[in-house]
Design a protein around this ligand. Structure first.
Ligand SMILES: Nc1nc2c(c(=O)[nH]1)N[C@H]1C(S)=C(S)[C@@H](COP(=O)(O)O)O[C@H]1N2
Ligand SMILES: [Mo]
Length: 407
């Protein structure tokens, strides 16, 4: 008598275990908006990156603006990173739905739930492989770019179907205003307005459930987690923020000659002997030519300010000097409309060969670069000669170039 009994602890499968006044349609739907925005930007910039690396005739990529790829790929990686906490919050808001009983209510409901499973799995796959890739750790056997590209369509396809299934709820939720966090106070009497004033805004469930994180709290959690993660990584491409880029795998001015290195000459299998006096640049065209480094140094040198914008989201700008690509191609009598195959001394891996479509090969900004900021290229940056072209993914700025040929 008189002794209060402690209520039994809630078990995860009990409905009451998931009480939060935020798990209502209006909020669950709104929690998806910033996530959907990130997915959209990430998908479109990813497509752009894909078409840069695998050009198609119907979508010729222009060489201008010079820094376009730097911006789109910076956005791709930044929105992909920001999507991680936003996804976590959305999943937090909806995960009790995993424990509803019966598990599926109808055939359509089964499809709808299966779709959510596919969507979540594909998003987790994309964010995980993306993050692992930007840290340059490749623990898997499959080709990252192909799989990441294919899976992007799974995400977007599943998301569009998900939105179609949920359309009535989404419309309903977005029509309802979100009430102020504490119930509004009547300006004249100072009394707290009852839920009747605000009838349309409060759902029956919300009236029953109290405590837990507030709406404002949830909003702040989403904005702060996504914002903080962006701030400590985006300095890898937004140079003024480089000093707070605590979690960025690359800092734009750290590396030989003040530029990060993607793959060192040692890891690429380049030996000093390969780039010594035996080095030649061959240009295969109607009048094939072969040039030593001294020959290259005697040709007219031009200077261009160009960024390296890596697909992994970092970028760095520098002043490059070398020979304008069109000058070299003209020397071998190569047709201005030709696509050029660039071959590196590096024979292993996928980066040893790249192609310059005519709009890049003939752009006055495109160089066979011999130096950075007036110093001969460091071996790690592609000594004796590398490609530097405007609006290109870093992966196509081939280092240790030894041959140019029209295809
Ligand atoms: N031959 C060769 N060229 C290459 C690479 C490579 O591994 N091998 N890496 C590319 C990538 S992915 C990038 S981002 C840039 C980086 O240039 P950097 O190492 O001089 O910064 O070089 C590109 N050129
Ligand atoms: Mo790169």
């Amino acid at each position: 008598m008189g002794v209060l009994e402690k209520p039994p602890p809630l078990k995860p499968f009990q409905e009451a275990a998931f009480r939060s006044k935020l798990r209502v349609e209006r909020i669950v739907v709104r929690a998806g908006i910033p996530l959907a925005l990130c997915i959209t930007i990430c998908f479109l910039t990813g497509l752009f990156s894909h078409f840069q690396q695998h050009p198609v005739a119907w979508l010729p990529i222009p060489p201008a603006p010079v820094g376009l790829y730097r911006v789109t790929q910076g956005l791709h990686v930044a929105t992909g990173i920001a999507a991680i906490p936003l996804l976590a919050i959305k999943l937090w808001a909806v995960y009790p739905n995993l424990f509803t009983w019966p598990l599926v209510k109808s055939f359509t409901n089964a499809i709808e739930r299966l779709l959510i499973f596919v969507l979540v799995a594909a998003m987790l796959f994309q964010t995980t492989t993306g993050v692992i890739n930007i840290t340059q750790w490749y623990p898997w056997k499959f080709g990252f770019t192909q799989t990441h590209f294919a899976m992007a369509f799974v995400v977007v396809g599943a998301l569009l179907l998900h939105l179609a299934f949920k359309a009535p709820g989404i419309v309903r939720a977005l029509r309802k205003p979100v009430p102020h966090d504490p119930p509004p106070v009547d300006a004249q009497t100072g009394e707290v307005k009852t839920h009747i004033d605000n009838n349309a805004a409060y759902s029956a469930k919300e009236e029953l459930v109290t405590g837990g994180i507030s709406r404002r709290g949830l909003f702040i959690a989403a904005a702060a987690s996504a914002g903080a993660l962006t701030l400590v990584t985006v300095g890898q491409t937004v140079n003024p923020l480089k000093d707070i880029a605590l979690l960025a795998p690359r800092i734009p001015d750290i590396g030989p000659q003040g530029i990060p290195v993607n793959k060192t000459f040692v890891r690429s299998g380049i030996t000093p002997a390969m780039v010594s006096s035996q080095y030649r640049l061959r240009i295969l065209g109607p009048t094939p030519i072969s040039l030593t480094l001294e020959d290259l140094n005697r040709l007219q040198q031009v200077q261009r300010e160009l960024p390296i914008a890596c697909v992994e989201g970092w970028s760095a700008s520098a002043l490059w000097s070398g020979i304008q690509m069109s000058t070299l191609l003209d020397m071998a009598g190569i047709d201005p409309a030709a696509t050029i195959r660039v071959t590196s001394l590096e024979t292993q891996g996928d980066y040893g060969v790249s192609e310059l479509q005519p709009q890049f090969a003939r752009d006055p900004l495109t160089l066979l670069a011999l130096s950075i900021n007036d110093e001969p290229l460091n071996l790690d940056h592609g000594y004796p000669a590398r490609i530097m072209a405007p609006n290109r993914p870093g992966v196509l700025q081939t280092k240790w170039v030894t041959q140019l040929e029209a295809i």
